[in-house]
Design a protein around this ligand. Structure first.
Ligand code: AVI
Length: 316
């Protein structure tokens, strides 16, 4: 484990961050708390749901347009992936990008990342894989590329995860990526497009209740890691499309008046009071290209599925 990989393999919960989100009138919890080992596994299950069209649509785009995508990404590349999760989509790229120099998967869940990397090493024994356990939404370091080596750094950010960030955070991340990619690097990114609200809302209210379990996993984490005493059956999952804001919002709704103790502090909930747990912004192609331009990224090429549900961009 080198200096760079020293970050804890399990991201600790920030008590201050949690309490400051809950001890206000508009309660919220940071969405990054979803992704402990169980949360990451539940998210993988979400990706396999019929209603959650994003994953299969992005996979279809990657497979269908693979030769064009590979040619846009180019050769001699160090591939860096944000929020690599199970690296399912990356396998397609790793297989197709023959002369890849190295692969750096970055994920907040160190435990999960290590399992995934172990499997990837079995599948790609000759690939130099350097896992990074970090919160990529905050500034972080990457080892410098050797000047004159001809190696280009390309970031891969699939799954429309950028949509989980508010505009200033999204622009901040894009700007940092732009700096880390350097003048001849790039960013291959998946973006969920705006569409009919019934399709959007079904994707976040699946009939098997997996998204509800994923949402409530945050409370389970607070119970096990911060000694909180949430009763999970006293909260219900609520997700809807907030059209004026262009985003899906996920909340946990208190089913009755109740007081929960978290790290020694009492938090009171009225009946019907909500904890805002996630935003998932949807973009029109024009909106996304404008956002990218504000971070100095140029859209070189984009690929969309026939139903125009999802888009993959190569920005440079
Ligand atoms: C990771 N992210 C892009 C997912 C989304 O669709 O916003 C997280 C998710 N939340 C509920 N379902 C999936």
């Amino acid at each position: 484990m080198n200096q760079f990989h020293k970050e804890s393999s399990q991201q600790a919960l920030g008590t201050d961050e949690v309490l400051s989100g809950l001890l206000t009138s508009e309660k919220s919890l940071p969405a990054k708390l979803f992704y402990d080992k169980r949360g990451s596994e539940l998210f993988d299950e979400i990706c396999r749901l019929d209603e959650y069209y994003q994953t299969r649509t992005e996979l279809w785009i990657l497979k269908h347009y693979l030769p064009e995508i590979i040619s846009a990404v180019g050769s001699g590349v160090q591939l860096v992936e944000y929020g690599s999760g199970s690296s399912l989509k990356t396998r397609i790229l790793l297989q197709a990008l023959g002369d890849l120099v190295s692969y750096l998967p970055i994920d907040i869940s160190g435990e999960y990342l290590n399992e995934v990397v172990q499997r990837l090493r079995e599948q790609f024994p000759f690939l130099n894989i350097l896992p990074v356990s970090a919160d990529y939404t905050k500034p972080f370091l990457l080892p410098n590329l050797v000047p004159g080596s001809g190696i280009r750094r390309v970031f891969f950010f699939p799954g429309s995860t950028l949509g989980n960030l508010d505009e200033p955070e999204a622009i901040g991340l894009l700007k940092r990526t732009r700096r880390l990619a350097g003048p001849d690097g790039g960013l291959l990114i998946g973006i969920d497009l705006k569409k009919d609200r019934t399709i959007l809302e079904a994707a976040y209210n699946d009939s098997r209740g997996v998204t509800a379990a994923f949402n409530k996993n945050i409370l389970h984490r607070l119970n096990t890691e911060m000694g909180a005493n949430f009763s999970l059956s006293e909260f219900r999952h609520h997700a809807y499309y907030n059209e004026p804001c262009g985003r899906i919002e996920m909340h946990l709704v208190s089913l009755r008046p109740q007081t929960v103790t978290i790290a020694g502090s009492d938090v009171f909930f009225r009946e019907g009071e909500m904890i805002h747990t996630e935003n998932s912004y949807k973009y029109t192609p024009e909106e996304f290209e404008e956002l990218a331009a504000r971070a100095d990224f140029l859209s070189k090429k984009s690929w969309v599925d026939p139903e125009q549900r999802f888009a993959v961009y190569y920005l440079s």
